[in-house]
Design a protein around this ligand. Structure first.
Ligand code: KIV
Ligand code: ZN
Length: 512
């Protein structure tokens, strides 16, 4: 069976970032974008340029850094959004503007307060305006899966005639069901006279857990682009997960009439990078990238796999980037080996100083911990200081004794000044956070505190995520250390630094 190309459009940096608390800094976005490029993702949606100055800078930085993937910015169907997207994408080798307007009766009536003919006119206007900047224009019918079919046909035909090359019909609220959503695409493609001039695309949300199933059903009905995210990150319950979509198509070649160009060996390292940057850990039983995805617990399964792997395994762990040779480096490893391993993980350094700093952290860690795994190397860079360091840990002392309240005493540098603080708490972490708050007085609410062992064994580093919210701004601080109280303090200070940094948070977005 000859295969058609399935375009993989990754929106981790845009819709993924819309997960509450998953905001990423410009540098973090560039790091993830470079991994996506290495994975040969076709289109990287880098953000929503008009949403905030931070978003604009991030789209621009990704556009400047990426050479082989197309870089895209989202834009509502209005002049200012389209112009801002074009401005951010100026440096891209290949740029796409993705403009959208809602087409469902409920969105048009209550959100847009527009009549269908006005919406159609606005869509055509927006596509034409975007085409002044680039030939590669995508048009999305927001809440498409709940839109009137005849209206969808008319607006799709008009958008293609105006120059849209990709037509995306999102299941914005995750309401679709695979049979119905797939059939809708078939009818749409059959009924729109100029449908052969565009690629049809899916963008599915996972509110009912059907995002991947809906996306694949669409592919069986003529769709040739899937919008998806690493680890299924995204607004509310998330988007279709890239790894599940890609591995389904690859594993079930007998079923799907399409193929992707994704280098699947980069899937697991990219998943880990996204998890550690966003502080959204991957559940152990998550398909493809969960820690247990290839672990066989039952004796019957283990026996079967040992005798003949395919008895219980439909994919090979190494094909998606699970490293079967887990031990990587130790305290005698040299700078060149460490640098090479960082590069294998998609981590590069802009300057010699940055490499030196990472190498120094590696040596520190190797003194505490015998074996350094890939996860440890990733934590070294993900816990690199935020751009603006208002708060720094200098020293810490924690006392815990049975029958006594735990006590923490910290020396900090706060906006350049040496400060000490101390407090009791219900546990050592609570005591340390209370001590910091005595001097920081951040007025932020703690939304999440989570500890995750990065690797196995009691000498594993703990990776801590602290999510803070202040006046609607949500940030995730990440810290890692073999001492989990120290990791917690680092994460808390990282979050405070992000609250202080303009690129660390994003104003709530309207209308998306
Ligand atoms: O879910 C959605 O409809 C979107 C569009 C803006 C593409 O994210
Ligand atoms: Zn979406």
């Amino acid at each position: 069976m000859s295969k058609e190309k399935l375009v993989i459009f990754d929106t981790t940096l845009r819709d993924g970032e819309q997960s509450p608390g998953a905001s990423m800094t410009k540098d973090e976005k560039v790091r993830i974008a470079k991994m996506l490029e290495k994975m040969q993702v076709d289109v990287i949606e880098a953000g929503f340029a008009i949403a905030s100055p931070g978003d604009f800078e991030a789209v621009k930085a990704v556009a400047d850094a990426i050479k082989t993937s197309t870089v895209c910015s989202l834009a509502r169907a209005v002049d200012a959004d389209i112009d801002r997207a074009a401005e951010a994408l100026k440096g891209a080798e290949s740029a796409r503007i993705h403009t959208f307007i809602a087409t469902s009766p409920i969105h048009m009536q209550y959100k847009l307060k527009m009549e269908p003919p006005q919406v159609l006119e606005q869509a055509v206007y927006a596509v034409k305006r975007a085409r002044n900047y680039t030939d590669d224009v995508e048009f999305s019918l927001e809440d498409g899966s709940r839109s009137d079919f005849d209206f969808m046909c008319r607006i799709t035909e008009a958008a293609i005639a105006a120059g849209a090359r990709t037509i995306n019909v999102p299941d914005t609220v995750g309401y679709g069901e695979p049979g119905e959503y797939g059939a809708m695409f078939r009818r749409l493609i059959e009924n729109v006279p100029n449908s052969d001039k565009a690629i049809f695309s899916t963008h599915c949300h996972n509110d009912l857990g059907l995002a991947v199933a809906n996306s694949l059903s669409a592919v069986m009905n003529g769709v040739r682009q899937i919008e998806c995210t690493i680890n299924g990150l995204g607004e509310r319950a998330g988007n279709a997960s890239l790894e599940e979509v890609v591995m389904s198509v690859r594993t079930r070649k007998d079923v799907f009439p399409v193929e992707t160009t994704i280098v699947t060996e980069h899937i697991v390292p990219t998943s880990r990078l996204v998890a550690s940057i966003t502080g959204f850990p991957v559940q152990p039983n998550k398909a493809i990238v969960g820690a247990n995805a290839f672990a066989h617990e039952s004796g019957i399964h283990q026996d079967g796999v040992l005798k003949h792997r395919e008895t219980y395994e439909i994919m090979r762990a190494e094909d998606v980037g699970w490293n079967t040779n887990k031990i990587v480096l130790g305290k005698h490893s040299g700078r060149a080996a460490v640098k090479a391993r960082f590069e294998d993980l998609g981590i590069t350094f802009d300057s010699q100083e940055a490499l030196n700093a990472a190498f120094a952290k590696f040596k520190d860690l190797a003194d505490k911990k015998h074996e350094i795994f890939d996860e440890d190397l990733q934590s070294i860079v993900s816990s690199s200081p935020s751009q603006q360091e208002a708060f720094l840990l200098v020293e810490m002392e924690v006392a815990c004794k049975t029958g006594q309240a735990p006590h923490a005493k910290l020396a900090l540098q706060m906006r350049g000044q040496d400060i000490s603080c101390e407090s009791d708490g219900s546990g050592p972490v609570d005591a340390a956070f209370k001590a910091i708050e005595k001097v920081a007085q951040s007025k932020a609410d703690l939304l999440l505190y989570s500890v995750n062992a990065i690797t196995q064994g009691t000498d594993s580093q703990g990776e801590v995520t602290v999510r803070l919210e202040r006046s609607g701004h949500i940030v995730n601080g990440v810290g890692s250390d073999t001492d989990i109280v120290a990791a917690s303090v680092k994460a808390y200070l990282d979050a405070l630094n992000l609250l202080e940094s303009p690129s660390g948070f994003h104003p709530q977005r309207e209308g998306v």
